[in-house]
Design a protein around this ligand. Structure first.
Ligand code: FE2
Length: 231
């Protein structure tokens, strides 16, 4: 599908160390944890340093380790690029679906955040599309927040491009919109992790407060780049 190809190109062309970490070594049966593009305490105010350190260093590292272990047991899948694996998630062993999704989702999530004041603003083209498809920026944020708060249990909320239009969706566990099993498929532009491990230390059960603060650290520069690659 077009968006899968574009998405893969976007990653390949990004030049971002974190994405190289997510995508490099395909075929070598060994994925690696990408470095964060900022310090653990860089998002303080929205996400505390301890949460970032545990989330990146333990949870994401765990997905990488478990993905590599699962691919070692399924050698026929080891040479397949990650996006192509995820596009056939419905046929994958659960360990590859869950940990491959976890690695992809977190590698994207880190890039989609930046310290307060460093994330830029939505581009004119993206703002125009948001108004076209959601009515206003406020309406878009409200709809995105509803998807994130409404995701029962662990999962993610997403803004994607699908067939030229912006759409909001959510997925359980480590599923994502690249997957054939996703209710809405498309090229991800924005994502928020609403697993409790993403916010519980600072916000406990107050997922809505985490969401409110999170908007202050969205890296719109990266969202804009993804939109230009996908539209
Ligand atoms: Fe997470």
């Amino acid at each position: 599908m077009k968006y899968l190809i574009i998405g893969a190109l976007g990653f390949a062309l990004s030049g971002c160390a974190s994405i190289e970490g997510a995508q490099a070594q395909q075929g070598s049966n060994s994925y690696t944890l990408p470095a964060l593009p900022y310090a653990y305490d860089a998002l303080e105010g929205a996400i505390d340093a301890q949460t970032m350190e545990i989330h990146h260093g333990r949870h994401h590292q765990g997905y990488v380790n478990n993905l590599n272990a699962a691919l070692a047991e399924n050698a026929q899948l080891a040479a397949t690029p990650l996006e192509a694996l995820l596009a056939n998630a419905g046929q994958l062993p659960a360990a590859i679906r869950n940990n491959g999704g976890g690695h992809y989702n977190h590698s994207l999530f880190w890039r989609l955040m930046a310290p307060v004041g460093q994330g830029g603003e939505p581009s004119a083209a993206l703002q125009e599309a948001i108004v076209r498809d959601f009515g206003s920026m406020d309406a878009f944020k409200a709809a995105f927040n509803r998807a994130a708060t409404g995701q029962f249990g662990s999962g993610w909320a997403w803004l994607v491009v699908a067939d030229g239009a912006l759409r909001i969706t959510s997925t359980p566990n480590q599923d994502n919109p690249l997957m054939d099993v996703a209710p809405t498929q498309g090229a991800p532009l924005l994502a928020i992790d609403v697993w409790e491990h993403a916010y519980y230390l600072k916000y406990q059960n107050r997922r809505a407060d985490y969401l409110t603060a999170w908007w202050s650290v969205v890296n719109w520069n990266e969202v804009n780049r993804l939109y230009e690659a996908a539209r």
